[in-house]
Design a protein around this ligand. Structure first.
Ligand code: NAD
Length: 355
């Protein structure tokens, strides 16, 4: 490993952040998670780590400049891995303000504090600020377009992707203007354990278990490139350890799937793996609903740069990963049940009606 020792992981109580914390945390050095514990952050996900001496979960906002600066100095942080974000496109349509605040202002706040800390420490060459971003900044592809590369122009279409694009640009500017050793990764759709119930795969699994209808946007033909979260985490660790500051890498699974095909695969898996579903075959629950405004048709990632330069490859086969994920949700009701709060039910009803 790089001589990284004291790492600040923002958003480490969320889906990808918590998977990363679990794969990264080790005996040497210190791991600090900074997380505002919004609806998407869950302290319980990391509870087994909290008893360890060199692990700290700090509840706080990345927009809190004084707190962030204090953490950098107190724990002599040398590396930031920045996951914290408002991450759900549907919520960015109904309430874009929080996305601009956390994703743009929050990233700016972290960058400023990190620049100050790095300069105060004499600009050590091993410091890193790795910004975790998305393929959605590149906009939408039609079926025949080539996949997004690192050279594709930004063309974000949702408030979510626009706010992530804004944060990517700030990170880039801090490298070019101040020399801050930043890295950017843009990744495709993730799936796996600990994903909040609002996202496609857990949403469908939980609705099947609860006998609720399965809302599929538009004609269901939208295509996403799916990657197992553990593969995303291994790619981030690889970029951190091997990439030169200022670089950006696309990450994906070479695995383009239509939404409707995923939903049907999930129905089959649930029929097979769960004994007492309220409705079986689960496919009978599929309901097409009016399309999401501005819904991007297709995302696909060209991952040849990270394969060639850093020797990284995705390891999961999608059928295996999806089966494991379904099994995980089936055996972790204690994790997801408390997340179906009144706030969540209200959000759900406003988006899909009471179906
Ligand atoms: P998530 O919504 O599950 O987790 C986000 C975490 O950030 C939560 O723990 C939340 O409490 C925390 N947070 C939100 N606002 C905060 C603030 N102001 N201060 C501190 N913490 C705050 O998201 P995720 O799916 O794990 O995504 C993590 C990152 O990866 C995001 O930056 C996202 O844009 C990016 N990404 C996600 C995907 C995907 O498929 N989920 C794909 C590519 C990139």
């Amino acid at each position: 490993k790089l001589r990284t020792q004291n790492v600040l992981i923002t958003g480490g109580a969320g889906f990808i952040g918590s998977n990363f914390v679990r794969s990264w945390h080790q005996d040497i050095g210190t791991t600090i998670v900074l997380d505002a514990l919004t609806y998407a952050g869950n302290r319980a996900t990391l509870s087994d780590l909290e008893s360890q001496e060199n692990f700290f979960l700090v509840e706080g906002d990345i927009c809190d400049s004084a707190l962030v600066s204090k953490l950098f100095a107190k724990h002599t942080i040398d590396t930031v891995i920045h996951f914290a974000a408002e991450s759900h496109v549907d919520r960015s349509i109904s309430g874009p303000g929080a996305f601009v605040q956390t994703n743009v202002v929050g990233t700016f706040t972290l960058l400023e504090a990190f620049r100050n800390h790095w300069e105060t420490q004499g600009k050590p060459e091993y410091f890193r600020f790795l910004h975790v971003s998305t393929d959605e900044v590149f906009g939408s592809l039609s079926v025949d377009d080539p996949p997004f590369s690192e050279k594709t122009s930004y063309a974000p279409n949702s408030p979510y992707s626009a706010s992530k694009a804004g944060s990517d640009h700030l990170v880039r500017a801090y490298f070019h203007t101040y020399g801050v050793p930043t890295l950017i990764t843009n990744c495709s759709n993730n799936y796996g354990p600990y994903q909040f119930p609002e996202k496609l795969i857990p949403l469908m699994c939980l609705n099947i278990l609860l006998g609720k209808s399965l809302p599929v946007y538009g004609d269901g033909q939208n295509i996403r490139d799916w990657l197992h979260v553990e593969d995303h985490c291994s790619a981030i660790a690889t970029v951190l350890q091997k990439a030169a500051p200022g670089e950006t890498y696309n990450i994906g699974g070479n695995n383009q799937v239509k939404n409707i095909d995923i939903v049907e695969q999930l129905c089959d898996l649930m029929d097979e793996l769960s004994e007492d579903l309220p409705k079986s075959p689960a496919k009978e629950l599929i309901t097409f609903v009016p399309d999401r405004p501005g819904h991007d048709r297709r995302y696909a990632m060209d991952i040849s740069k990270i394969q060639r330069e850093l020797d990284w490859e995705p390891s999961y086969d999608f059928a295996t990963g999806l089966r494991q994920t379904v099994q995980w949700y089936l055996s972790h009701r204690d994790w997801w049940q408390p997340l179906l709060s009144e706030e969540y039910q209200n959000y759900y009803a406003a988006l899909y009606g009471d179906r």
